[in-house]
Design a binder for this molecule. Structure first.
Ligand code: SF4
Length: 355
C-alpha cells in the first residue's frame, strides 16, 4: 500500500468514515474500527491498521480508484460502475475479471475496461461492429475530441444530422483512455445520454411532451403547434423508431395521450422531441394544411405492389442496395424507370385523373 493512499484513507475515515465495497472504516479517539471482506478488527492504532490493510490489497486499490480517481459526478460514477458490473462482484473477483477486460455496449459503442501492466484501469472504445476487429486494421485515436468529427459522417460520408441515429461510422478505435476521458468521449458521441439514463434510474427524468415542446417554438417553427393527434404518431413513427434512432422515446403527445408507436428498446431515454424532429415537423405541418383530393390512377396489380415496395425501400433506406440486374425487385432502378416511362409524362407527373 502506498503512503499517499493510506493517508487518503485515514483522512476519509476521520471525515465521516468509509463504507463501500465491503470495506468499512471509522475512527474514534485515535483508534480504528475496520471491517473488510467480512472480517472485523477493532481498537487498531495506525500501525496495526496499516498492517491489516496490507492483507487486503484489492479492497484498498478499489477504494482508491472509486473514491479518489474515478470521476465523482454521480451519473458518470454510476455509469463506470455499470460498465464493469462493479456492484455484482467483490473487489478481488472484480479485479480478476478486469485483467481479461470487461465490455459493454452503449448505443453503437463497444466499451472495454481492463487493468494495464501497472494495474491501472484503461478504457478502449470502438464501433460495436468492430468489436472483433484487430486494432491495426482500425484508425487509432487517443484524444476524446476526435469523437466530434467521427460522429459527423456515416460510412458513406453522408452528414449525420442526428447523433443517436444508428449510422455511426466504423473503422476507428480509442485506446489508453482513463475513466474521465472515456466518459467524455462517450458524451461527445452521444451527448447527455449518460446523465439522462442516470436521471431516469433515479426517477428524475424531466420529460417534455410534444404539445409543450411545440407550444414553446417561436419564429418559423411556431407552426408545429398545429400538428396534433394522429399526425404526432406519424412523426414518431417516421423519426423515432429503433431503425432511425437509438434513444428510447419517453415523450408522448401530452401527459394524457400516449402515442401508439413503440417507444423503442434503446438503453438511454429521449426526454423531448429533438431539433431534427421539430425541423421535419415544420415541413409536415405545411403539407398537412393541404386539402385531400381524390385521383383515379390506372395501375396493374404488380405496378401497385411495386409502388408500395418503392415506398418501403425509400423509407427503410434500402433502395440503394438493390442490384441493377435484379429486375424482380420492385425498387430495382431499371424496373422503376420502366414504370416511370409508362405511367408518367415528360415532367415525371403521374398519369392520374382528378375526380
Ligand atoms: S425525438 Fe425521436 S429522433 Fe429525436 S432524439 Fe428523440 S427519439 Fe430520437
Amino acid at each position: 500500500m502506498t503512503a499517499p493512499l493510506f493517508e487518503r484513507l485515514r483522512t476519509h475515515a476521520a471525515d465521516g468514515g468509509i463504507d463501500t465495497d465491503e470495506l468499512s472504516l471509522t475512527v474514534t479517539e485515535g483508534t480504528y474500527r475496520l471491517s473488510v471482506a467480512g472480517d472485523e478488527h477493532a481498537g487498531l492504532d495506525e500501525d496495526e491498521l496499516q498492517a491489516v490493510l496490507a492483507e487486503y490489497p484489492d479492497y484498498l486499490e478499489e477504494w482508491g480508484f472509486w473514491q479518489t480517481r474515478a470521476p465523482q459526478a454521480p451519473a458518470r460514477w454510476a455509469f463506470l460502475r455499470w460498465v464493469e458490473e462493479a456492484d455484482d462482484a467483490a473487489p478481488p473477483a472484480r479485479r480478476r475479471a478486469l485483467v481479461d477486460g470487461v465490455s459493454q455496449t452503449w448505443g453503437q459503442l463497444h466499451l472495454t475496461v481492463r487493468l494495464d501492466e501497472e494495474a491501472r484501469r484503461t478504457y478502449t472504445l470502438r464501433h460495436v461492429d468492430d468489436a472483433d476487429t484487430p486494432d491495426e486494421r482500425l484508425d487509432a485515436h487517443t484524444d476524446p475530441l476526435d469523437a466530434r468529427w467521427i460522429a459527423k459522417h456515416d460510412d458513406d460520408g453522408r452528414y449525420r444530422p442526428l447523433k443517436t441515429a444508428p449510422t455511426l461510422q466504423t473503422g476507428w478505435h480509442f485506446s489508453g483512455l482513463n475513466a474521465a476521458a472515456a466518459v467524455q468521449t462517450i458524451d461527445l458521441f452521444y451527448p447527455a445520454t449518460i446523465a439522462n439514463r442516470y436521471r431516469e434510474q433515479h426517477g428524475d427524468l424531466d420529460v417534455t411532451h410534444w404539445a409543450e415542446t411545440t407550444e414553446r417554438q417561436t419564429g418559423i417553427y411556431a407552426v408545429t403547434e398545429e400538428l396534433e393527434g394522429e399526425a404526432v404518431d406519424w412523426v414518431a413513427e417516421a423519426c423515432c423508431e429503433d431503425s432511425q434512432c437509438l434513444k428510447r422515446r419517453e415523450w408522448d403527445e401530452d401527459e394524457d395521450r400516449e402515442l401508439s408507436v413503440p417507444r423503442g428498446d434503446g438503453r438511454f431515454p429521449c426526454r423531448e422531441p429533438c431539433s431534427l424532429v421539430i425541423a421535419a415537423a415544420r415541413k409536415w405541418t405545411m403539407l398537412e394544411r393541404e386539402e385531400e383530393q381524390a385521383y383515379t390512377l390506372h395501375l396493374t396489380p404488380s405496378e401497385k405492389e411495386q409502388l408500395e415496395t418503392l415506398l418501403r425501400a425509400v423509407a427503410e433506406g434500402t433502395a440503394g442496395t438493390v442490384r441493377e440486374a435484379d429486375v424482380r425487385e420492385g425498387a430495382n432502378r431499371y424496373r422503376t424507370r420502366f414504370l416511370r416511362a409508362k405511367r408518367t409524362d415528360q415532367h415525371g407527373r403521374l398519369d392520374a385523373d382528378d375526380e
